[in-house]
Design a binder for this molecule. Structure first.
Ligand SMILES: [Zn+2]
Length: 108
């Protein structure tokens, strides 16, 4: 598959590929692979690739415990936005990817 970096959805495609790899790492409970994926993600961010909201799918959700690669589950008091992810999860992903907080475990 060829990805043209000038395509408007290239960023979305990049993170979609990363999410699929992260979901595979979660399925196989392969922490080494997960760490490698996060390393690639951080390096992409450092090079100016924007983190899309669905980048939250990288991490385990602190609200509903959805695992890496899984969409969030409806939880009372925590509405889901149009990305079907909890705001807390998106925020955690941004902080973890920027190194502000330690990386949470990928598997609940
Ligand atoms: Zn959630």
């Amino acid at each position: 598959m060829q990805i043209n970096i000038d395509e408007p959805d290239a960023t979305e495609q990049f993170w979609a590929g990363m999410r699929e790899a992260a979901a595979a790492a979660a399925r196989h409970r392969d922490y080494g692979l997960y760490e490698a994926i996060v390393k690639i993600g951080k390096s992409a961010l450092a090079q100016g690739v924007e983190l899309v909201p669905s980048g939250g799918l990288f991490l385990w959700c602190p609200v509903c415990s959805a695992q890496t690669g899984q969409r969030c589950i409806n939880t009372p008091g925590h509405p889901l936005n149009e990305t079907r992810l909890h705001a807390e999860r998106i925020e955690l992903a941004e902080k973890a990817m920027s190194g502000e907080v330690p990386l949470p475990k990928p598997f609940g």
